[in-house]
Write a new protein. Structure first.
Length: 77
């Protein structure tokens, strides 16, 4: 094996290890973000800020312009 192949193998190995570390870190951040967004949704009413509407859109699998207060009520329960 040449040096180039060894470098590429090492880079792939490092990338796989870093991906595992990031997966744990991002999972924790998703939980924190979900809790933060739920607090905002509980305390406010439509229309929300763009970041909250984007999160609601992902959670409800609907475009943000189509989200109604009934959709939010079902998400809260």
């Amino acid at each position: 094996m040449g040096h180039r192949r060894q470098r590429l193998d090492q880079r792939d190995s490092d990338a796989r290890a870093q991906k595992q570390v990031n997966k744990i870190r991002k999972g924790r951040e998703h939980v924190r973000r979900d809790a933060r967004m739920m607090d905002v949704v509980k305390s406010g009413s439509l229309p929300y800020t763009p970041d909250v509407m984007s999160w609601l859109s992902r959670e409800l699998d609907k475009p943000s312009s189509k989200i109604t207060s009934d959709d939010i009520a079902t998400l809260m329960s």
